[in-house]
Design a protein. Structure first.
Length: 670
């Protein structure tokens, strides 16, 4: 044990409702009983019972701890005292009238061991001079003394070999980092840093990882082996490794142009109806499948980054931009005889979002990727992916005004109102409007909103951007034309709209909708301030869906149906089915479609995820997502009849998740 003579003990808060003892009365100063053991790193709460003084009497309050043969005395103000070797009272000349002092002491920097805490009332008229107490403080007979004892215990993580740690790090990146963060500080998911996880039993951690929660965490028993679940449970009890930065030099070392722009076709060289092509994420295969929406045939399987999060289309509809969770971006040219990669680049360690410039006159000129790590966004040439500029998003949070080291970039959308990208910065709660007219003199408008911004999309006019701050249960509305915050709206538990859904409600007019991870509700928000100001930017109706754990909600201008998935619900039946509402008769409730059953698969978790319409709005496609060593499928539903139309099965369709129709994605139709 190291000697603790110069270490400071921080006291986070001292709530003073002081009622001090009258000397010579029967009342005594004393601590409420302490637990025999406390975990080092936890806040240690000491409650001091303080009987009242005689009228008019004032005393000094001394507070000290004793460790390893030495006293450390509290100083400073009651709100923020600290412990050190200086000898002084915590509070001087007090005549309290109320009972109780609660000391909340941070123990992060304390060594494990036995500690004694003392509180002492000293009347300077009883033989003390100035601020200096007697050397033998505890022998001062004419003072009231309180004493409490406890043992601080350090928790140690379970053993991991280097190979186990490296494997755990990879699994965490693939399965956990998106919700819990690279540094595990939480966002959509809870914080799972070692100060939290070490207090939880390993068996409990294994159970949660295997079975999920009703709050929206999926079960992983169908995706990970029992050995992998045990490994990740132990891994998250260790300190997270700090990943490296990623520079312009790093990016340029990965940048490849397979087909230069001057060698590409000058017109479409195939017979595909490219407006109705679907770019389908093959999550665990690190690929995307281009599927002909007319024939349901696979056009090409294209290598990409790992676990592609989204595909986005250029304003012209010619190019597909595919971003992997490993921050690898691929550019696919749909005009080629066989559409394929024409360029790629890796712009970080982890990423989720990509978008392209869409404002008239700037179509296809720029692409942008938002990184989870490092926390930054990267602007590139739209036709080659040449990196042009890196902008860090590290900064101060909107609520506590504290510096945050990991403000990840979530959704990015291209404004239709201005030559701007609209960027969600998750942890700080700030939305940045980045004007791309002049990259040398970059103009960025920063809007303070709500923390833990995630996904979102446009209203039907494409003027207002609605986005979820899901860990605080809010929807933020940005007026892209004015470049200002319009409203922050309270919704259900952990909204996760994807891009949301738009339709005209028979009573409330135009509405935008979100479903939720944490409950079964669906929130309808009015979006027409011109003609329906009484309904604008408020929840006008709340639907009761079939279950929590929803990721996506979808309709189409030519459809009267609203589809809601629930792939992250821990119940098998709930995650294998979807709810569908009639938007003209919402009061009728929902019908359940047995999508996984229609797929005809015989094994696996069969999570049904991500409804996506075809261009004409008469079909809706669902992924039936299984593990990478199991058969998956895509189920095509006839929107008018809500019946099975076709099942797409192919050994190459490994872990299909998101599907992005070229026309609908290009024109922000949802």
């Amino acid at each position: 044990m190291k000697h603790h003579s110069h270490r400071l003990l921080r006291v986070l808060t001292l709530f003073v409702g002081l009622w001090l003892p009258a000397f010579g009365t029967s009342a005594e100063l004393g601590f409420n009983p302490l637990n025999a053991e406390h975990i080092s790193g936890d806040t240690l709460e000491l409650v001091l019972e303080t009987p009242a003084l005689s009228p008019g009497e004032a005393v000094d309050l001394w507070v000290a701890l004793f460790y390893n043969g030495e006293f450390l005395f509290a100083s400073g103000s009651p709100a923020k005292p600290v412990f050190g070797t200086g000898k002084q009272p915590l509070v001087k000349g007090i005549t309290p009238t109320d009972a109780g002092i609660t000391l909340k002491i941070a123990t992060d920097d304390l060594e494990a061991g036995d500690y004694a805490f003392y509180a002492l009332y000293v009347n300077s008229l009883h033989g003390l001079t100035g601020d200096y107490p007697p050397e033998k403080l505890l022998e001062h007979a004419r003072s009231e003394l309180a004493k409490g004892q406890t043992t601080l215990k350090k928790l140690t993580p379970p053993p991991l070999t280097k190979s186990e740690f490296d494997r755990g790090q990879q699994i965490y990146f693939e399965r956990c980092a998106g919700c819990h963060g690279v540094l595990r500080k939480g966002a959509t998911g809870k914080a799972i840093t070692p100060d939290i996880t070490l207090k939880l039993d390993l068996e409990y951690l294994r159970w949660i990882i295997a079975n999920g929660t009703s709050a929206g965490m999926q079960n992983f028993d169908g995706d990970l082996t029992a050995e992998e679940i045990d490994l990740i449970a132990r891994y998250i009890q260790h300190e997270p490794p700090m990943p490296p930065e990623y520079s312009m030099e790093d990016m340029k070392a990965t940048w490849k142009v397979f087909v230069p722009p001057e060698q590409r076709p000058t017109k479409k060289m195939n017979n595909y109806n490219i407006d109705n092509i679907f770019s389908v994420t093959l999550r665990d295969a690190a690929q995307v499948a281009l599927i002909d929406g007319d024939t349901k045939e696979i056009i090409n399987i294209i290598d990409s980054g790992y676990a592609v999060h989204i595909s986005r289309m250029s304003a012209s509809g010619r190019y597909v931009y595919v971003i992997g969770r490993d921050a690898k971006l691929n550019l696919i040219d749909l005009w080629m005889e066989k559409p394929d990669n024409v360029a790629e680049i890796k712009v970080g360690i982890e990423a989720r979002s990509v978008e392209t410039s869409k404002y008239p006159g700037w179509e296809d000129k720029y692409a942008i990727v938002g990184d989870y790590w490092p926390p930054q966004y990267v602007i590139m040439k739209g036709d080659t992916l040449e990196p042009l500029m890196i902008v860090s998003t590290r900064g101060v949070t909107v609520d506590t005004q504290e510096y945050h080291p990991e403000p990840r970039v979530a959704t990015i959308v291209a404004s239709h109102q201005r030559p701007e990208f609209i960027i969600n910065v998750k942890e700080t709660g700030k939305i940045q409007l980045v004007n791309y007219e002049d990259l040398t003199n970059l103009k960025v408008t920063t809007i303070a909103t709500a923390r833990f911004l995630h996904d979102g999309g446009w209203d039907s006019t494409r003027r207002y951007f609605l986005t979820a701050a899901n860990n605080v249960n809010k929807i933020v509305v940005i007026d892209a034309k004015e470049g200002k915050l319009k409203k922050i709206i309270e919704v259900g538990t952990r909204p996760h709209p994807g891009r949301g859904a738009n339709f005209t409600h028979p009573t409330y007019g135009p509405v935008w909708l979100t479903s939720h991870l944490g409950d079964a509700t669906i929130s309808l928000i009015g979006t027409d301030p011109q003609n329906r100001p009484e309904n604008a930017w408020k929840v006008v109706e709340t639907l009761e869906g079939k279950a929590s754990g929803s990721l996506f909600i979808k309709t189409h201008p030519k459809s009267t149906n609203l589809y809601v998935d629930t792939p992250l619900n821990p119940d098998i039946e709930e995650r294998q089915t979807v709810a569908v509402f009639d938007i003209n008769n919402l009061g009728k409730g929902y019908e359940v479609l047995p999508i996984a059953e229609w797929a005809g698969l015989t094994e696996g978790p069969q999570r049904v995820v991500h409804p996506e319409f075809n261009k004409d709005g008469d079909e809706v496609w669902f992924s039936v997502w299984n593990a990478k060593d199991q058969i998956s499928a895509i189920v095509v539903v006839d929107d008018k009849t809500r019946t099975l139309k076709q099942v797409i099965k192919d050994p190459r369709l490994i872990t299909p998740t998101g599907k992005f129709n070229v026309y609908n994605t290009t024109h922000d139709i949802y």
